[in-house]
Design a binder for this molecule. Structure first.
Ligand SMILES: [Zn+2]
Length: 76
């Protein structure tokens, strides 16, 4: 009887481990896709040199977008 009980526990542990591994693989992937869809950074071209870069890394001036402060001073 004790042997049967041990096999039952072993089976349960294996099942729980299998479940844990499966859910552990799935959750980071869904988190990544959620992060990507929530943070869509716009890529804009510099009005002076035409280089494309994320909006947060450039400068807005007079309704135009520039890649750097220097190009903002030089203008389009
Ligand atoms: Zn530029």
């Amino acid at each position: 009887m004790s042997k049967l009980f041990t096999f039952l526990i072993l089976g349960l542990v294996c099942y729980l481990l299998y479940k844990k591994v499966n859910s552990g693989n799935a959750s980071p992937r869904s988190r990544q896709t959620r992060q990507r869809s929530n943070d869509p950074e716009r890529i804009i071209a510099c009005a002076h040199c035409g280089v494309h870069l994320p909006e947060s890394e450039g400068v807005h001036a007079g309704g135009r977008f520039f890649c750097s402060d220097e190009h903002r001073r030089l203008g389009a």
